[in-house]
Design a protein around this ligand. Sequence first.
Ligand code: NDP
Length: 453
Amino acid sequence: MSDFVSSIMAWVKAKNPAEPEFHQAVEEVVESLELVIERHPEYRTARILERIIEPERVIMFRVPWVDDQGEIQVNRGFRVEMNSAIGPYKGGLRFHPSVTLGTLKFLAYEQVFKNSLTTLPMGGGKGGSDFDPKGKSDNEVMRFCQAFMNELFRHLGPNTDVPAGDIGVGGREIGFLFGQYKKLMNEFTGAFTGKGINWGGSLIRPEATGYGAVYFAAEMLAGRGESLEGKTCLVSGSGNVAQFTVEKVNILGGKCVTLSDSSGHIYDPEGIDEKKLAWVMELKNVRRGRIQEYTEQWGNATYTAVDPRLDSNQLWTHKADCAFPSATQNEINGKDAQNLLKGGVYVVSEGANMPTVPEGVKRFLDAGILYGPGKAANAGGVAVSGLEMSQNSLRMSWTREEVDSRLQLIIQSIHQVCKDAAERFGSPGNYVNGANIAGFLKVADAMMDQGVV
Ligand code: NDP
């Protein structure tokens, strides 16, 4: 680690103790920026790095609610408003028992660079709660969402802060959150994205993150004169991002052979075709069941439960060409990365945020495979959220084809911008450096223009 990176990291760790994911996210960006800072000392003088690391505002609040047994439950709510240099704060809400301030700071920080890459005017933020929607009734989820919004509403607005979904926050939760926001504000505005299609949502928003990750893989492959046609793909997760990743891979002629949840993964060597995917969507989005049930329905598949004694995830040991990690952060460790390479994987496009640990990233880069980091590869979701905001402002709805073609253009542009930035700053083919540098430059220049605020 250079003196520059180690001095920044020492400062970040001292100031933000016990936030390892936030440290990890910051370190990756700072390492990418060494040459940028050397060529542009004005950013150092203006202390842009120190300012970009510090959230503009953090809101933390109590969320009391009553469960179906009449018992009072207390959760904690957060919103990290990280950076508004290029637009209103924008980023999802995560409901998961593992959520801490540190998790949301890492996600909000990543979001700043990702949103900058989309070319749309969006700042970065992220929020959520340690509430676990799993096993809760619809009424309990509604009461929780209403209690959460009773505090958060005063911090939101179409020109201030516009949340969306993330892990544990899908269409059902956005509906309850938006309903309460509207009631408290007494106005119908586009202060959320991922809304239902009848009340201000955009076509293709549910599909956008998964589709975008597949488009990004297709762009990387096109650079080598290849396509996804006939490629075997590993997908982790079975939620929103994973489902639409499988859908788009199928459309482009590839074959997905795995899906997972936090209990284990299924392997279907014949591929998860349209019919099987429709069944998975019903299982996960309506019945809210476990992926293990797949093997009871589709006989040729096998199920492997997560084994906490192992130091690697068996999902990543299957032979394939491409991998789309679409579950959660740090789901690919160094050993998993090694297994992926051993199994023939030479394209990794991250639907999840920061799913690969630094050692794994290093292995991918050293091996020279096509590696699209989440910041770039999963930006399709927030890009279509940006398009939803535009449609709300214009009071118009674009067609499916129009939104999808704009999404494809945005992903193509992100791919190009990352490639160009990596070349310009001495690391051709390194999309990690490319994404960090290109995302940073736009926000840094806006911060320089706007003075010390
Ligand atoms: P969902 O809640 O729809 O699905 C999450 C999936 O990941 C589930 O299958 C879940 O399994 C699994 N999962 C969650 N936590 C863990 C864990 N700790 N260990 C193993 N598996 C886990 O979320 P999304 O599909 O929306 O999000 C997936 C990833 O994509 C996240 O990293 C998110 O930040 C990222 N992302 C999402 C965007 C979006 O538009 N939704 C946009 C950009 C990035 P189980 O049901 O057992 O918990």
